[in-house]
Design a protein around this ligand. Sequence first.
Ligand SMILES: [Zn+2]
Length: 448
Amino acid sequence: MSEPRTLIKGGTVLTLDPAHGNHHQADVLIEGSKIAAVGPDLEAGDAEVVDAANTVVMPGFVDSHRHLWEGILRNIGTDVPLEGEVSYLAFILNTLAPVYRPEDAYIGDLISCYGALDAGITTILDWSHIQATPDHTEAVIKALGDSGIRAVFAYGNPWWKAPEPDQDEWFRTAASSHFSSKDQLLTLGYAPPGPEFTPFEVSEAQWNLAREVDARITVHVGVGTFGRNDKVGEMARAGLLGDDTTYIHCTTLNDDEVQAIVDTGGTVSLAVPVEMMMGHGMPPTQRFLDRGLSPSLSVDVETNVPSDMFTQMRTVISLQHVMCFDQKFAGAETFPDQITSRDVIRWATVEGARANGLDHKTGTLTPGKEADVIMLRTDRINVMPVNDPIGAVVWGMDTSNVDSVWVAGVAKKRDGKLVGVDLDRLASEAAAARDYVVSTSGFQLPQI
Ligand SMILES: [Zn+2]
């Protein structure tokens, strides 16, 4: 039997691949899980035809770092900073996380996956530091699989306590039982606390563990006041930095540390809205751009910020612009070029794919890659008439424009609605898990 074919016909197609260009009107042909062709007037044959008139067709967005288990804690901490007595670290990681059961982690992950898919995110890295037991690990891997999103499951030890004696073995078991193939929607990462939160010897052992099981490393560094002690520098001098590592935030690193990340081929994940609102430090966008490295973007915590990449793109570009103009107004003779919509739409797609180790599979609409495709409506009151499709995606659209989403050729959202998701059931399960976690932990929900 031949593979199912879908022809997305007559849209404005942004492949974001310089070799294939962008087209005011073209088709995208999906065969099985892959993009078979992109171009004008493709033959439909026996394919299901999807009318893409009045839409932008582009690669799905990629989120390079999010703590999905926090999905049931959405917007619970919008007025608290990262550090301090009343803070994200105190409430989320040290009060609420410790009481999570596997089923709470499951529903947190699942609701976060569906929120991502609804927003046009087709690939996500789950930075999952909720692994209190092997049952927690099984639960979140099941949630990622049940959602149908493309995901990197990045195994993280529980943040609120020392790892269990068997913790590393649990990770190895998860790696061998679920990730023996890289040719699947779920791939493996390792999420160590990092050198700012563990002694050097522990970090060194964790870096070696990740490399032993062939998992990419994803690590928070330069985090607020924790990031000012040259700990990344220490890792660099020990020869531990490599191109298999994504560095998150990097807000308070020194220049030598930033340079070492660039020199060793590292990738960067910026969560600019979170970094600005929670006090991680100044987002280091320009410091990496000056050294030739473009960042990926990430939602990080839904306890504070929304689950979409439109917010991410607009925040990072706005901040970079105000910093350029500020230097200009201050009389600087030279100041950086302003980044453009064309830059940030790539950061939200192909740079995310690169940071997740998946740029050979996703991030552009390149024939031969996996069919992770989104269709954004241009006939909506918030963007009509469209004069610059890329400008409209970056500056005009929001999640209400996300009409259709395919992951590996499978429709996950059509006609503005998630496919096969019982929202009422999901809502009641999420509320029940939230109620359990909040009441058991003794956490007080914010007053209104
Ligand atoms: Zn994070």
